[in-house]
Design a protein around this ligand. Structure first.
Ligand code: MN
Length: 203
């Protein structure tokens, strides 16, 4: 069963003015589609065709680089679209809010540390909030299309929030102003989805 491009869960215009429609269209329809197409080509005829994208990521050291780059690209973007929504933003609630306050003192401090991870990732990559094996939270970043599920990652855990800091995610609207894009992300974040991911990760 070949991997498929998931539909965006909202219109390409839904995140404006924070993330513009043209960026969303190209990012989803062209970039994510390319990761899916290239992943399918890279695993064609191999046992990986029977695995989930999570299983592939967790054993990524067994695969050649095209599987790592495109498999990571597929997992990361599939998660990313759902982490945003129209009229997003606000504050996390419930157990996620408690965990953030416990680990980072308060939401503002969490946002500051997450933004720093996004800003200081040199070149292309992702910033993450993860649940580690001991169920505590951690912020980190990964290069390229790597992610914290990957057995090769310096930063291991279950990602519950990820932010794409590749230039293709923001350059049309923000040009070189990555920190402005990161700041705008808080206006479209879907905290309910982060909470759902958190609960699945601490089970
Ligand atoms: Mn991307």
């Amino acid at each position: 069963m070949a991997f498929e491009l998931p539909a965006l869960p909202y219109a390409t215009t839904a995140l404006e003015p924070h993330i513009d429609a043209k960026t969303m269209e190209i990012h989803h329809d062209k970039h994510h589609q390319a990761y899916v197409t290239n992943l399918n080509a890279a695993i064609a005829g191999t046992d990986a065709e029977k695995l989930s994208i999570e299983e592939i990521c967790k054993n990524i050291s067994k695969y050649p680089m095209p599987v790592r780059n495109n498999g990571g690209g597929h997992f990361n973007h599939s998660m990313f679209w759902k982490l945003m929504k129209a009229n997003g933003g606000g504050n996390p609630t419930g157990e996620l809010a408690e965990a953030i306050n416990k680990h980072f003192t308060n939401l503002e401090e969490f946002k500051k540390q997450f933004a720093a991870a996004a800003a200081t990732r040199f070149g292309s990559g992702w910033a993450w909030l993860c649940v580690k094996a001991d169920k505590t939270l951690a912020i980190c970043s990964t290069p390229n299309q790597d992610n914290p599920l990957m057995d090769i990652s310096d930063c291991k855990g279950t990602p519950i929030l990820g932010l794409d800091v590749w230039e293709h995610a923001y350059y049309l609207h923000y040009q070189n102003r990555r920190p402005d894009y990161v700041g705008a992300f808080w206006n479209v974040i879907n905290w309910d989805e982060v909470s759902k991911n958190y609960h699945n990760a601490i089970k």
